[in-house]
Design a protein around this ligand. Structure first.
Ligand code: NAD
Length: 428
């Protein structure tokens, strides 16, 4: 296969499928199946609150620069809203709105008592110094001090942010309320109340839902091959945990290209290589290179897209050979590919179910902060695995009941929970 090292920048939002429209098209199908009344539909189709903030920050050269930031609260009927903060030059309000709604459905599908939110700042964190990023994070926190809160809205890391930013946010928020407030944010460093098991939580949930799906398809993990797109937090952990369960991981990829070994890639070696080479697989000798686009259509039983949005589209869906797709990434399949995948009879464990292990352990972090008590890693893992397995089974049973794909079934489960809660709470 041809060597491939070219990375394509994601297209700006106007050239890609609009994520909000993509989400709404699935929401609409699920709402119709459920017979959702117009009133509840109208409440859920738009976010509860959208905040746009202007953030003046003194840069290292002494000049003042103003950044635009967003926080979108999609819904809080199930509890305080939860969702990450993204630092990226392509942050777009429509995308933040879609991601906020996704969080509502994700929390509802795993039955944790949270609503959905998302935040973002238009900036290029790769060109900013730690000091500039700290001032930006503190400015964002101050601007949103009346939105955030352990019982109101709980941010977390997303693209371009991590434990460091969450520590600044926690510190700044704590100053505004005059008391240390660890439960205002999750994804904190371990010493500041972060949870054991959070790093691998999303990949672990991908593993648990893959095994559950294989069980339904009557396939044995040790007789199954897989390809994993993306070798960051989600992809590398998913690959490692599936490898440990005996799956033959024939292909992996990252931003540097894609790698194939028909006899299976030793994932422990691939991770060790990546850790020793600035987080990239480039030059890994345990596999040969392949065209990055071919990874999605290569001859494997399970495909795990765990990198970026909109990689499975109407252009390549027809060529997919996998029997099972487990979406580690958010929104890897564009809505236009859904009918093709369904027609081919491929089972899809959708993003809002497959990658919800991350928000589940974030919820555990918040619970531990509020309890003032740290759980062992075994407690975290055992409880998270059970939540993932239960959620998978509920979505699977719903898909059987209505004879609908797993993706729509996941939306049905989520929307039904939210709609029922509205009925009980009432109050309009
Ligand atoms: P990450 O930054 O740790 O890793 C991303 C990986 O994808 C890297 O290996 C990168 O090289 C690779 N990549 C980027 N562009 C690529 C391309 N075009 N082709 C192939 N590989 C490419 O990010 P992550 O935390 O692993 O997140 C990955 C996806 O999972 C995102 O969609 C994210 O929103 C979603 N997600 C993450 C979590 C979490 O807990 N980290 C939770 C839920 C969902």
């Amino acid at each position: 296969m041809a060597a491939h090292t070219v990375y394509k920048e994601p297209a700006p939002i106007m050239d890609r499928e609009n994520p909000l429209e993509s989400m709404m098209s699935r929401f609409n199908i699920a709402a119709e199946i459920l017979g959702l009344d117009d009133e509840t539909y109208n409440v859920l189709k738009a976010p509860d609150k959208q905040v746009i903030v202007n953030l003046p920050v003194t840069m290292d050269d002494g000049k003042l620069r103003v950044f635009e930031g967003y926080r979108v609260i999609h819904n809080t009927i199930l509890g305080p809203s939860k969702g990450g903060i993204r630092y990226d030059k392509h942050v777009h309000l429509d995308e933040v709105k879609a991601l906020a709604a996704w969080m509502t459905w994700k929390c509802a599908v795993v039955d944790i008592p949270y609503g959905g939110a998302k935040g973002g700042i238009i900036c290029d964190p790769t060109t900013m110094s730690p000091g500039e990023l700290e001032r930006l994070t503190r400015a964002y926190t101050l601007a949103l001090k009346d939105v955030f809160g352990p019982d109101r809205d709980i941010p977390a890391p997303d693209m371009g942010t991590g434990p460091r930013e969450m520590a600044w946010l926690m510190d700044e928020f704590s100053k505004t309320v005059g008391a240390t407030s660890p439960a205002v944010v999750t994804g904190k460093p371990l010493v500041m109340g972060g949870s054991l098991g959070r790093t691998e939580a999303t990949g672990r949930g991908v593993m648990v839902s893959t095994l559950a799906a294989l069980g339904k398809l009557g396939l044995k993990p040790t007789e199954v091959s897989a390809a994993v797109q993306g070798f960051g937090n989600v992809g590398s952990w998913a690959a490692k945990l599936l490898f440990d369960k005996g799956l033959k991981i024939k292909a992996v990829s990252d931003i540097s290209g894609a790698y194939w070994n028909d006899n299976g890639i030793n994932i422990d070696e691939a991770i060790a290589y990546k850790n020793a080479h600035s987080g990239r697989l480039e030059g890994f000798s345990g596999a040969s290179t392949m065209d990055a686009d071919d990874l999605l259509t290569c001859d494997v039983d399970v495909l795990v897209p765990a990198a970026v949005e909109d990689v499975i589209t109407e252009h390549n869906a027809r060529d997919i050979k996998a029997k099972l797709i487990v979406e580690g990434a958010n929104g890897p399949t564009s809505a236009s590919a859904d009918p093709i995948i369904n027609e081919k009879g491929i089972m899809v464990v959708p993003d809002i179910l497959a990658n919800s292990g991350g928000v589940t352990v974030s919820y555990f972090e918040w619970v531990q902060n509020r309890q003032g008590f740290k759980w062992t890693e075994e407690m975290v893992t055992e409880r998270a695995d059970r939540i993932m397995a239960d959620a998978f089974e509920k979505v699977y049973q719903t898909s059987q009941k209505y004879k609908i794909p797993m993706r729509i079934a996941a939306y049905v489960v989520s929307i039904d929970k939210v709609a029922q809660t509205y009925k009980f709470r009432g109050g309009f």
